[in-house]
Design a protein around this ligand. Structure first.
Ligand code: ZN
Length: 507
């Protein structure tokens, strides 16, 4: 047995190489999405593919296997710091997963998904599901093979969920989503019955892009996003990326005619950015120095975007800034009008434009279809119709073309199955966290009203951000709120908020 110190050093050397390569890959990704010239795409994609292959080789190398096995022996493991323990366990988990996938299969899959994304793009443009169908069929086949290789308990879809939301299973999700579906549809019907059409025309006027930028930078600064360790740029689809703990970048997308989309996208990415910037320094240079799951990440972005940014208190605080920047558009608009306009409920076909209430229904449609594709209950060729049926049943509207139905999202073409539920879990976690935060910070509403986000951010740092990936999502929700995931807080939040937005009669 190699000596303890030498084994730790060995481990640190391998992980350092992986980290350096990953940093280069992230930076290349960021560049490609933001400022790179169009001509760079082909070469850059190949370079990213090549470096990713190197990362995979190192992660499943014999050296890594040997080192991990040494460190996992009790007498060594007990001597590791808690950060190192978490890092070793995380790397072991990745090792076990990827070691099982034959190299040629993995490479073929990467080629398949990059082709599938291009085909999807075209199919969406031409509104032609048939050309995309064989690619999606192949992707589903690969996923089923992967599930066989990795093994599963309960439903086979659980293996895919485990990648994005460890601890969440079909058995849990069925309960959560059925509860959401039932209550959200009830709330929607209530709103429809009392529908007073909300005027949001003030946001359809032209908004100067330079000023929009200033406002976005200002709100990120107020939220506590650290520009010494980050920056904001523009990209077609807003995203956040951690290059390393001291370099966490966000992007947004400005549109002259839709001020509110860009503004809320900036806040949303700012929420992701704060999470990545505030992982504990102790976890630096480990494999757990990042957000713990997609769902917990979304809880942070949606908390800032919806629960803070779309609250009445926030606008009582922030409206002067906006009015100063855009007097021509907002001079005669009241806070109440802004508040109601940004919280307008309108069932629509496209997920990314969905409001806070109907959003979860879009996710449930995808979840139900994915689950049955994986178990083989339904076939790819039946997707367009099944999609449209579910949209009609849950949201009361039916897509007339697949481009605004089953072809709208890039995810399936990229092989991201099991990913959608995390978006909805984010809302549920966020509401559950806020319920606890309000108990710890009794002046929560006043803090937002005064733009005092510091204590709110500190609460998030201490309870959620600092842990990085050392706690699973199921552990973090229990540790912070004292109970397992519970969708009732999200429903209560929606009922309370939208009763006020729509003046619904209280029961
Ligand atoms: Zn997000």
């Amino acid at each position: 047995m190699a000596d303890f110190q030498a084994t730790v050093e060995n481990y640190q050397n391998i992980t350092k190489k992986i980290r350096h390569l990953s940093e280069a890959i992230s930076l290349m990704h960021w560049d490609l999405q933001t400022n790179a010239p169009k001509g760079a795409i082909q070469g850059r994609s190949e370079a990213i593919g090549g470096l990713s292959g190197e990362v995979l080789k190192l992660s499943v190398s014999e050296e890594m296997e040997k080192t991990l096995n040494e460190l996992l022996k009790e007498e060594y493991f007990n001597q590791l710091s808690s950060a190192m323990k978490a890092s070793v366990l995380e790397d072991k988990k990745e090792f076990d997963r990827y070691k099982k996938v034959p190299q040629d299969k993995f490479e073929a899959y990467n080629i398949l998904t990059s082709k599938a994304q291009a085909v999807w793009q075209e199919a969406k443009g031409k509104n032609d599901f048939n050309t995309f169908q064989p690619y999606l069929e192949e992707i589903i086949t690969y996923k089923r093979d992967l599930i066989e290789l990795w093994g599963y308990e309960g439903h086979p879809y659980n293996t895919l969920l485990e990648e994005y939301e460890p601890g969440i299973t079909v058995e849990k999700l069925d309960n959560i989503f059925n509860y959401l579906k039932e209550n959200i549809i009830k709330l929607l019907q209530k709103i429809n019955a009392y529908l007073n059409v909300l005027d949001d025309s003030m946001f359809q006027k032209p908004y100067n892009i330079e000023k929009q930028k200033e406002i976005s930078l200002l709100i990120l600064d107020k939220m506590g996003y650290d520009f010494n360790k980050g920056r904001m740029d523009e990209s077609a689809h807003p995203f956040t990326i951690q290059i390393n703990l001291n370099d966490v970048r966000v992007t947004t997308n400005f549109d002259e005619h839709s001020f509110n989309n860009a503004f809320f996208a900036s806040i949303h990415e700012g929420g992701h950015g704060l999470y990545e910037q505030n992982v504990s320094e102790e976890l630096k240079n480990t494999s757990v120095c990042t957000g713990t799951s997609m769902g917990i990440h979304e809880s942070q972005s949606r908390f800032w975007e919806n629960m803070v940014g779309r609250s009445l208190e926030f606008w009582l605080y922030f409206e002067d800034e906006i009015k100063k920047a855009f007097p021509e558009n907002l001079e005669n608009v009241s806070t109440e009008q802004i508040y109601r306009a940004i919280n307008k409920i309108q069932p629509s076909l496209i997920r990314i434009f969905a409001d806070e209430i109907t959003y979860s229904l879009h996710i449930i449609v995808r979840y139900e279809l994915e689950k049955e594709l994986i178990s083989g209950k339904i076939e790819v060729k039946d997707l367009p119709n099944l999609w449209n049926d579910k949209m009609e049943e849950y949201l009361g509207i039916r897509p007339e073309q697949d481009s605004e139905g089953v072809l709208q999202d890039v995810h399936w073409s990229a092989g991201l199955l099991g990913y959608f539920p995390s978006y909805s879990l984010g809302n549920i976690y966020a509401a559950q966290f806020v319920n606890k935060m309000k108990k710890d910070l009794p002046n929560y509403h006043d803090l937002i009203r005064q733009g005092e986000f510091k204590s709110i951010l500190n609460w998030l740092k201490e309870n959620i951000h600092c842990h990085g990936k050392t706690l699973k999502p199921t552990e973090i929700i229990e540790k912070v709120t004292g109970e397992a995931i519970n969708p009732k807080y999200f429903i209560e939040y929606l009922e309370e908020k939208y009763s006020s937005v729509y003046n619904l009669p209280m029961e």
